[in-house]
Design a protein around this ligand. Structure first.
Ligand code: TXA
Ligand code: MG
Length: 331
């Protein structure tokens, strides 16, 4: 299959909407990462997402809508959920709610809930408006590997497997949305992301429970994820290590030159800037002529919690290979 790669213009977005409505796959920019979109109302279209990404069917998809009114077509939004959308949307937040019949079960991995988000990106919003359907979209990368924050990341890993990529430049937030649920009456953070937990608690006046690891309430939250091809090891800021055949992912660049190959996330030590640069830096470092990567830990406040969540998962041992369906612990 040929993959169109086009800059975001009204014409290219209309063409992309046509592809979505005829059952195809379009990668598009959001403020967090690039998404791989299909018509969320069509099971046949959504199956193609799982095939292109080699994503296991137990990992449900997020549905993207362009307005609060549109949520009503697919989910039952309680008051707390509506407050979240009111305060934080469009933006990097996803809310899990009871689903309506219209959403096919493949999208939600058979659960009776659906995850919904309103992205804060003109291209994403226009694509949803032109299509006039909710768009199911995971990150546009092969399952388990680095998320894409530039169109070229999508092209390099998925061209030939999807119909179109809309290039909208680099994503401004750089890590995925924060996923929350209120289903048991409490505020549960299923995945830390673009909106900090402190900010959520302040605005909602509720104490958050941070997801502690059961795959039933947050399927897809595997231990190893967001990973470069090369082995990644976490170190303290400034810590010494053997950099003779390793690259350094440095937080603010202090003593970064102790390694021959390095990338700096934020010279001013700003966690937001670090998040925005995280995946681009990891994509670059993964292509360097080194055999492994050392990554400095960063402060875990605000969006820093999401950055550290991604780095921890990137450093976790890969136990299962979804590409070949094999258990790597039984080698
Ligand atoms: O920022 C983002 O959220 C990006 C952009 C493209 O919008 N999307 C994204 O999707 O990160 P993905 O597929 O990489 O992550 C989706 C995760 C699943 O792994 C699962 O943990 C959670 O969302 N999820 C989806 N539906 C759910 C549901 N009904 N209940 C609980 N968790 C759900
Ligand atoms: Mg993903």
């Amino acid at each position: 299959m040929d993959t169109f790669l086009e800059k975001a213009t009204p014409e290219s977005i209309k063409k992309a909407a046509g592809i979505i409505l005829s059952g195809g796959l379009v990668a598009f920019p959001t403020e967090t990462v690039y998404g791989l979109g299909a018509n969320a109302l069509s099971a046949d279209s959504c199956i193609k997402i799982f095939e292109a990404k080699k994503r296991p069917f137990f990992d449900p998809l997020i549905c993207h809508v362009s307005s609060v009114e549109m949520i009503d077509r697919i989910a039952f939004a309680e008051d707390t959920a509506l407050t979240v959308f009111d305060k934080f949307s469009p933006g990097p937040i996803t809310v899990v709610m009871k689903k309506k019949e219209i959403i096919p079960s493949i999208v939600t991995s058979g659960m009776d809930t659906v995850a919904v988000r309103i992205p804060m990106h003109d291209t994403a919003l226009s694509l949803i408006k032109y299509s006039d359907v909710p768009i199911a979209a995971p990150s546009a990368n092969p399952f388990g590997f680095l998320s894409p924050t530039e169109a070229v990341h999508v092209y390099d890993s998925l061209h030939g497997r999807i119909d179109m990529i809309i290039d909208g430049g680099k994503c401004s937030v750089g890590v995925e949305s924060t996923i929350v649920s209120f289903l048991d009456g409490k505020l549960s953070v299923l995945r830390p992301g673009g909106i900090g937990v402190e900010e959520l608690q302040d605005v909602l006046k509720m104490k958050a429970e941070i997801y502690s690891g059961d795959l039933k309430s947050a399927p897809g939250m595997l231990e190893s994820h967001y990973a470069p091809v090369k082995k990644l090891v976490l170190i303290e800021e400034g810590e010494a290590a053997d950099f003779s055949s390793a690259a350094l992912l440095s937080f603010c660049g202090q003593n970064a030159s102790r390694a021959e190959h390095f990338e700096v996330l934020s010279r001013s030590g700003d966690v937001r800037e670090a998040a925005a640069n995280l995946f681009s830096a990891l994509h670059k470092i993964d292509q360097l002529p080194v055999s492994m990567i050392y990554a400095e830990m960063i402060p875990e406040d605000g969006i820093g919690l999401a950055v550290m969540n991604r780095l921890r998962k990137a450093s976790a041992e890969r136990k299962y290979d979804f590409e070949t369906n094999s258990d790597l612990t039984k080698a």
